[in-house]
Design a protein around this ligand. Structure first.
Ligand code: DOR
Length: 309
């Protein structure tokens, strides 16, 4: 069980899983991840009501990455809670992730109150970093609002909660955000969401339609930023806050690097979308062989042990 891992008291046989948004919008896709080598799955970010998302084309793949502006299309919180209850009934020992978001603090409280009142026993990821909603900034770039939001949530929310963060690019921002995160009983942070508001051009036109072509960048180009963010959180956050590493993972080496930077769990997003759920078995096998080459038996043997030149 070389790839087994843990977040708070929740155990996983494999540290790999999907990133929210990929293969997780409806039951059929979730079932494919559930049956793959992945340790678990996370749902598409759920909002109070069903959303159709942004106009198409809203996704484009290029040589070294992807750009998306889906705009949180999803089937609504009730759908995902029902689906999770069914998966849970079939796999009582497995821990699943539910992703949620909303467009205002009041609505975030509402969606979390629905989750709190439900029987969902797994981990909840609050997405504070969707870059693709016109007129709404990424909440986690507003430090004071994030602090107020978490302060309010933790006066009543008592299920295991983590947050999905956008990439940060300056040490002072990591310092400020770490100070906020460390005040709250969060069980994980997930770094990173896509790199927001990139622009990809095809011929003379934007590759995607929403917001004059702006969208979140993922895939290989995101990896160096993702690794820097994972390492920044690993070195700044309380040791009981697990880090989920997301960004640019398509190989065993990519997953190895995320864990070296401090990730306890590694999510695969863009590459999963292109290669399908068999990618988990391929990455697992390669990761295990890299670990064997270094003489590591368990991911805790090298997690966070990045060496500096
Ligand atoms: O890149 C992203 N796209 N990140 C999110 O959090 C949401 C998603 C979307 O639906 O636009």
């Amino acid at each position: 069980m070389a790839l087994k891992t843990q977040i708070a008291n929740f155990h996983f046989d494999n540290c790999l899983m999907n990133g929210s948004g990929i293969y997780c919008s409806e039951r059929e896709s979730l079932a494919k991840i559930d049956q793959s080598a992945a340790g678990t799955f996370i749902t598409k970010t759920a909002t109070l009501e069903k959303r159709l998302g942004n106009p198409k084309p809203r996704y484009f793949k290029f040589q070294i990455g992807s750009i998306n502006s889906f705009g949180l299309p999803n089937l609504g919180i009730d759908y995902y809670l029902d689906a999770l209850a069914d998966f849970q009934a079939k796999n009582p020992e497995k821990t699943y992730f539910l992703s949620v978001a909303e467009m205002s603090a009041e609505k975030i409280y509402q969606v979390l109150k629905i989750v709190q009142a439900s029987d969902f026993p797994g981990l909840i990821e609050l997405n504070l970093s969707c870059p693709n909603i016109a007129g709404k900034g990424q909440l986690a770039y507003d430090f004071d609002s994030t602090d107020r939001l978490l302060g309010e949530i933790f006066t009543w929310f008592n299920k295991p909660l983590g947050i999905k963060l956008p990439p940060y690019f300056d040490p002072s921002h990591f310092d400020q955000m770490a100070e906020i995160i460390n005040k709250y009983p969060l069980v994980f942070v997930n770094a990173i969401n896509s790199i927001g508001n990139g622009l990809v051009i095809q011929g003379q036109k934007t590759a995607i339609k929403p917001q004059h072509g702006l969208g979140g960048l993922g895939g290989s180009i995101a990896k160096p930023t993702a690794l820097a963010n994972v390492h920044a959180w690993f070195t700044r956050l309380r040791p009981d806050i697990a880090i989920i590493g997301t960004g640019g993972v398509s190989s065993g080496q990519d997953a190895f690097e995320h864990i070296l930077c401090g990730a306890s769990m590694v999510q695969v997003a863009t590459a999963l979308g292109h290669q399908g759920p068999d990618i988990f078995a391929r990455i697992s096998q390669k990761l295990e062989s890299i670990m064997a080459d270094y003489g590591y038996h368990d991911i805790s043997d090298f997690r966070g042990k990045l060496q500096y030149r």
